[in-house]
Design a binder for this molecule. Structure first.
Ligand code: C5P
Length: 210
């Protein structure tokens, strides 16, 4: 049983996906953290997003131990992640891990929730439930700005907004596995929903398909 949760940055998809996993007792995989981990390795090796070989080398062998580094959440890492994620060989290098997680969730759990950009379209096109979580860009920038300043990072709202727009454009316009709503995905717009209301909408969508 797989629940696919896709959507743009700071749409609330991660929070929703985590709560759904806890609710159903499923395993959870934040697939963005895989691209972030590859990006972080690349940044630490002094590489840049234009070097495909270096980016693929960084993506190869990413495992659970790489996903706990606090630097994964930094804006520089996220921005580099969206660059390396546009490279098909990088996506190929991270594909099996995601497919295996969905097919055989760890610890024998009965299902998996994966969130990302292409879970419902590419990684798990047969997922039982597909959600596409979005919100308008200003609402997402406000949330991300609050999150970053809450972590003590000093960053201007305008910078966060600009980076978000850039990242949306890169994620949506890329030739390979672009951010897109699957035809059979249920749309949840969180612009005016708090977490509880968004979670209720997600549960309702799950109830109609599980
Ligand atoms: O969701 P998050 O912001 O952590 O993802 C970081 C970047 O990884 C995104 O901007 C996107 O380019 C990429 N990504 C992707 N496919 C996924 C998950 C994330 O291309 N399934």
């Amino acid at each position: 049983m797989v629940i696919a949760v896709d959507g743009p940055t700071a749409s609330g998809k991660g929070t929703l996906a985590r709560r759904l996993a806890a609710h159903f007792g499923f395993a959870y995989l934040d697939t963005g953290s895989l691209y972030r981990a590859a990006a972080l390795r690349l940044l630490r090796a002094g590489g840049d997003g234009a070097d495909t070989d270096a980016a693929v080398a960084a993506a190869q062998g990413i495992g659970p131990d790489d996903l706990a580094d606090p630097a994964l959440r930094e804006e520089a890492t996220g921005n580099m992640a969206s660059r390396v994620a546009a490279l098909q060989p990088v996506r190929d290098a991270l594909f099996a891990l995601q497919r295996d997680f969905a097919a055989c969730p760890p610890a024998g759990l009965p299902g998996a929730v994966l969130d990302g950009r292409d879970i419902g379209t590419v990684v798990c096109p047969d997922a039982r439930v597909k959600l596409f979580v979005t919100a308008d860009v200003a609402a997402r920038a406000r949330r991300r700005h609050l999150e970053l300043t809450g972590q003590g990072q000093e960053v201007a709202y305008e910078t966060v907004l600009r980076d978000l727009k850039d990242r949306d454009a890169r994620d949506s316009a890329r030739a390979t596995a672009p951010l897109a709503r699957a035809d059979d995905a249920v749309l949840i717009d969180t612009t005016k929903l708090d977490i509880e209301a968004a979670f209720s909408a997600a549960l309702e969508a799950c109830a109609s398909r599980m």
